[in-house]
Design a protein around this ligand. Structure first.
Ligand SMILES: [Zn+2]
Length: 50
């Protein structure tokens, strides 16, 4: 507990939460990633959620 945050990355098209990753708290900025979404069946932009 404390220094790690689990970030959820969700598809911006269908809002499916497809990816999770842990990272340090230091980087506060939101990232946008091109990831494969199974629900959409293609690569879509994914954004961090809380
Ligand atoms: Zn999707």
């Amino acid at each position: 507990m404390g220094d790690r945050v689990v970030t959820t990355v969700s598809c911006t098209v269908c809002k499916n939460k497809n990816y999770y990753f842990a990272r340090g708290k230091k980087k506060e900025k939101k990232v946008e990633l091109k990831k494969f979404c199974e629900a959409c069946g293609k690569h879509t932009p994914h954004k961090e959620t809380k």
